[in-house]
Design a protein around this ligand. Structure first.
Ligand code: NSP
Length: 221
């Protein structure tokens, strides 16, 4: 992350919100092994449906990418879409293990709000620069959150290791770094207005991520 870049400046200026979104008590409960299986299942049910919407969003980012982008940049997004296919297969397998019926899930309000935001970003009036910035941050929040569950002193339960490795692995971290470079390159010469829109979209991502964790960590009665 280069000082003076959009991503570095954004994380510095929004440190508290970023920290709240990446150090949530839901993640802490996975890390210290105290997580309630009901909460984990709730998260999984909701996240599966989020990811289905996320696929459409990422596809829209690819469509918005400038035609003269280098092939290697296009391939980063394409790789992201490919990875989402295996993520969906993984969700279905895990759902079987946890006896979750994904087709019977009712979307909760924080998930509905997040999916509505993704749909808004998919629209043709959202520029590539704004969409790619949101995309980077959505992936970064999961990466940094789940990475903490793989630290040496973490007590992540064995049956949750495949979950935390999905987003907390060094490979996923590398992917977020590649996205970060795409964002900074795209915004380097963007207008002040686009930079402002990208900043606002990223703040919204952090707010929605926070609410998504709150929803997952909500203790079921
Ligand atoms: C809510 C949410 N945010 C981010 C991710 C990571 N793609 C996710 N699966 N779900």
């Amino acid at each position: 992350m280069e000082a003076g870049s959009f991503t570095a400046d954004f994380l510095k200026q929004n440190h508290d919100l970023y920290s709240a979104a990446t150090n949530h008590s839901f993640i802490a409960s996975i890390r210290d092994g105290s997580i309630d299986a009901q909460n984990f299942k709730l998260w999984m049910e909701q996240d599966y449906h989020f990811v289905r919407e996320f696929v459409r969003f990422v596809a829209s980012v690819l469509v918005k990418m400038p035609r003269d982008s280098p092939e290697c940049d296009v391939d980063i997004i394409l790789g992201g879409i490919t990875a989402l296919e295996s993520e969906i297969t993984w969700f279905r397998k895990e759902a079987n293990f946890w006896q979750i019926f994904l087709e019977r899930v009712t979307l909760l309000q924080p998930n509905k709000d997040y999916c509505a935001f993704l749909k808004q970003l998919e629209g043709s009036d959202t520029p590539f620069t704004v969409a790619i910035s949101a995309f980077w941050l959505i992936e970064l929040v999961y990466c940094v959150s789940f990475m903490s569950c793989l630290e040496k002193d973490a007590k992540t339960p064995f049956e949750l290791i495949s979950t935390v490795k999905r987003w907390g692995s060094p490979e996923f971290h590398d992917y977020t770094l590649k996205l970060m470079k795409l964002v900074d390159k795209a915004l380097e010469n963007a207008s002040k207005d686009e930079q402002k829109q990208a900043h606002e979209a990223c703040v919204r991502v952090l707010e929605l991520e926070l609410k998504f964790w709150d929803m997952a960590g909500f203790v079921l009665g």
